[in-house]
Design a protein around this ligand. Structure first.
Ligand code: GLN
Length: 409
């Protein structure tokens, strides 16, 4: 293509990012707005987190310097993160050499991959995967290997139910090899809501040790747990893993401030040096006042989580029941913001077949926006029968969503 003056125009998106297009969250939220749909697509709360955290941000803007924070993060926040990590894993953590504050966990994932990987290194992803993972592996110049989390559908009490999303141990073992640099694990898992079991994580850990690979673990939903029989386990706490795990988390989900984009990584000094090597040239440092507020938030974490989890659990139960009554085979999630369900018995009622056509019809005919999970797969066909609904919304939003979904009957 040429410009009006006849000069050739520069090309746009690079070859390494062109395959990933526009993220589904941007696409679906825009469509939800255009169609006046109840937005159960992008996972963000339609309410704010606790007032004391907002007040801490205002106070920091008014009374603290508004200039760059230190590159690895404000010392007070790094101390709070280190203390929390030790509380949760019983592992020692030095805030000066083991913690990095990042612009949300999404930056943490990219910084870890870019900081750790050489060209030609391989990174193992479980599919479905959160969509930024694959793009971040590409930005790091590494290549991805995929291991499927396969749904099992069973008849329970006269209803079809997704009872698990599980990987095949032999397939995981086969994905590891001499080029494996890292495995990227997300637990609790988006989009399935699966909480990886201690047994599953132990196998992943053993393979990491055997192949001298790093576990990069996205634990942003670590506090959003609904089933005491499925507790969250940090892979860093498993034998041999403290020195080979990058543990990533964030403020957004635990405290309902997804728009603040405050995340962090905790790892050994050697692995932290890798994360910092990239972070310093990606963002350098993260919004200073929000780091002060994040430190205040972590000091009163139980207060914030105490009210949130019961509300999310009630939303989950209500939405899961409604979807199941409508004929979806529902996976009742043990954690996260999300319900994944199989839409096979429902889609024909909208004249739809795969997840993309189903989600488009759902927006247009029902006024409800959801996420088509095939975008989270390397083999999209594996996600064609699935749909993801976010329930991190006000109870009245969930009620309105359910009322609209009932037109599917
Ligand atoms: N994590 C959110 C989700 O899965 C989306 C965040 C984003 O839009 N980048 O819905």
């Amino acid at each position: 293509m040429n410009a009006p003056g006849g000069h050739p125009l520069p090309r746009g998106v690079s070859g390494k990012l062109a395959p990933f297009g526009t993220t589904i969250f941007t696409t679906m939220t825009k469509l939800a707005q255009e169609h006046g749909a109840v937005n159960l697509s992008q996972g963000f709360p339609d309410f704010d987190g606790p007032e004391f955290i907002k007040q801490a941000a205002r106070d920091a803007i008014d009374h603290q310097p508004n200039q760059y924070a230190p590159m690895p993060g404000l010392p007070s926040l790094r101390q709070a993160i280190a203390k929390r990590f030790t509380r949760d894993t019983a592992l020692p953590c030095d805030p000066d050499t083991q913690v990095v504050v990042t612009a949300g966990c999404t930056e943490g994932i990219a910084a870890a991959l870019i900081g750790l990987c050489n060209r030609g290194d391989e990174v193992i992803l479980f599919e479905p995967f959160y969509d930024s993972y694959r793009a971040a592996v590409a930005m790091a110049g590494a290549s991805a290997r995929f291991v499927a989390l396969t749904p099992t559908i069973e008849e329970v009490g006269g209803k079809r139910v997704v009872t698990s999303f599980a990987f095949n141990a032999a397939q995981l073992r086969a994905a590891f090899g001499p080029r494996t640099r890292a495995v990227l694990v997300n637990t609790p898992h988006n989009p399935t809501g699966k909480v990886f079991s201690r047994e599953e994580l132990t196998l992943i850990a053993e393979l990491c040790v055997e192949h001298n690979a790093v576990a990069i673990v996205d634990e942003v939903y670590e506090r959003l747990l609904f089933d005491p029989s499925q507790p969250h386990v940090s892979i860093a706490s498993l034998p041999g893993m403290a020195e080979r795990t990058v543990t990533l988390s964030s403020l957004g989900k635990t405290f309902s401030f997804t728009g603040w984009k405050i995340g962090w990584s905790v790892a050994s000094p050697a692995l932290t040096a890798a994360v910092r090597a990239a972070h310093q040239f990606i963002t350098f440092a993260v919004a200073t006042p929000l780091q002060h507020a994040a430190a205040a938030a972590l000091a009163r974490e139980e207060e914030a989580v105490g009210g949130l989890v019961p509300m999310l659990r009630a939303n989950r139960d209500k939405l899961a029941t409604a979807l199941s009554d409508l004929g979806f085979a529902v996976h009742v999630p043990a954690g996260t913001y999300f319900i994944c369900a199989d839409h096979t018995a429902v889609a024909p009622r909208l004249g739809a077949s795969d997840d993309q056509s189903f989600c488009m019809a759902l927006i247009k005919q029902c006024g409800v926006a959801a996420i088509p999970p095939s975008v989270f797969y390397n083999t999209p066909a594996l996600g064609h029968s699935l749909v993801r609904f976010a329930f991190c919304k006000k109870p009245e939003t969930i009620d309105e969503g359910i009322a609209r979904l009932r037109s599917l009957r």
